[in-house]
Design a protein around this ligand. Structure first.
Ligand code: AHZ
Length: 347
């Protein structure tokens, strides 16, 4: 089933003065509705054909383009400063998580923070830069859910093949971005976690600390570039295995050196058979408010890697969404604590 079409709605909480004209909706042949402005009937590609000598774009002033982008971005920053769920990392696991969550709970505000300019992590190619993406059964169920075509060599085959990994990633990405309750902040890095200490002295999460990735990469040679924050009762971290931008939350928890936080197991060598089952089964809330999925989990649990077979990333995403929804109400209640001190949260 296709997700609902994305529609832009101006913020209504009074915290911004931005007013964006209500968009008229035009129904396109591919069943997605896109906003169009003005009273003129939208042209079709067929109507343009062969008339290029008279062709002209509608006139524009540069500031209109600037305002069209910046109003929306700053309205989103305002809206998602209090999110319900933050997903860190938009690789194959993070995007699968976002798809399942956004479809199951259209009422939740889901922010995805991706350090790279291009979302998708390592899922634009199969192994060693080859095109095809292998998924072991029964992860083919996720491909059917998304409507992604694949080759199946028969009932005895234990895997299916998507002809190009980019077909998987572009499809799940486009479906995720069409959900009106999802915002992807790319080129943005999570550089710390917001934490609270409960009455028993245990640490739980209350959000993430963000910065432009390019700024995060220059803390050593530029001074005082303080970050921004997003509060949320649930963080789902899917930042991949250790690397320059990998296993972020797992490593940060360990560096906090607190009794209720896990230690690092360290990813083990490659064993497809054990690795994929372990990642899916182990996807869980590892500290109050923090769910870890995908290959980041191998660093926590000391699980094997699986190399170029992606079924575990999709199904770890399905499980991460399930785990999040199990504890969401409880974590939201815990996270709302400052309200009693006169601070309104969740707006
Ligand atoms: O840019 C990273 C990537 O897109 C992003 N990321 C990492 N740290 C971040 C941070 N803030 C924001 N601090 C951050 N974003 O997280 C994404 C991780 O995607 P991935 O494809 O590396 O991880 P995955 O767990 O979704 O998929 C792993 C795929 C692998 S690795 C592997 C092996 O090595 O054996 N096998 C498979 C299937």
């Amino acid at each position: 089933m296709s997700p609902p079409a994305a529609m832009y709605e101006p913020a209504t909480n009074g915290s911004t003065t931005a007013t964006i004209p209500t968009a008229k909706m035009a129904t396109m042949p591919h069943t997605t509705s896109v906003p169009v402005g003005g009273a003129t009937k939208p042209q079709t590609i067929e109507e343009m054909a062969g008339k290029w000598s008279d062709f002209r774009f509608n006139p524009i002033r540069e500031s209109q383009v600037s305002r069209a982008m910046t109003r929306r971005y700053f309205t989103d920053l305002d809206r998602y400063a209090e999110s319900d769920i933050v997903i860190v990392g938009a690789g194959s696991c993070g995007l699968s998580t976002a798809y399942v969550l956004a479809k199951a709970r259209p009422d939740l505000k889901i922010a995805i923070i991706e350090a790279g300019v291009a979302p998708g992590g390592g899922a634009w190619l199969g192994g060693q830069l080859f095109s095809a993406m292998v998924m072991r059964k029964p992860a083919d169920a996720f491909l059917r859910e998304l409507g992604i075509p694949y080759e199946d060599e028969g009932p005895d085959a234990n895997f299916v093949v998507v002809k190009h990994a980019a077909l998987f990633t572009s499809t799940v990405l486009s479906k995720v971005l069409q959900f009106p309750n999802v915002k992807l902040f790319n080129a943005t890095a999570v550089e710390d976690l917001i934490t609270r200490t409960d009455s028993a002295g245990n640490i739980r999460l209350a959000g993430v600390v963000t910065n432009w990735t390019l700024v995060s990469m220059h803390h050593d040679d530029q001074s005082c570039m303080d970050p921004n924050t997003i509060n949320a009762p649930i963080i789902i971290s899917t930042t991949g295995h250790d690397g320059p931008f990998g296993a972020f939350s797992a490593k940060r928890l360990v560096s906090m050196k607190h009794d209720n936080l896990p230690t690092l197991g360290g990813m083990r060598g490659l064993d497809m058979n054990t690795a994929e089952d372990a990642i899916v089964k182990g996807t869980r809330e590892i500290a109050p408010g923090l769910i870890i999925g995908g290959m980041e989990l191998s660093e926590v649990d000391g699980a094997n890697r699986m190399g170029p077979t992606f079924g575990a990333m999709a199904l770890s995403g399905v499980k991460a969404a399930e785990e999040a929804l199990k504890v969401f109400e409880q974590r939201r209640a815990e996270c709302a604590e400052p309200e009693s001190k006169g601070v309104k949260v969740g707006a």
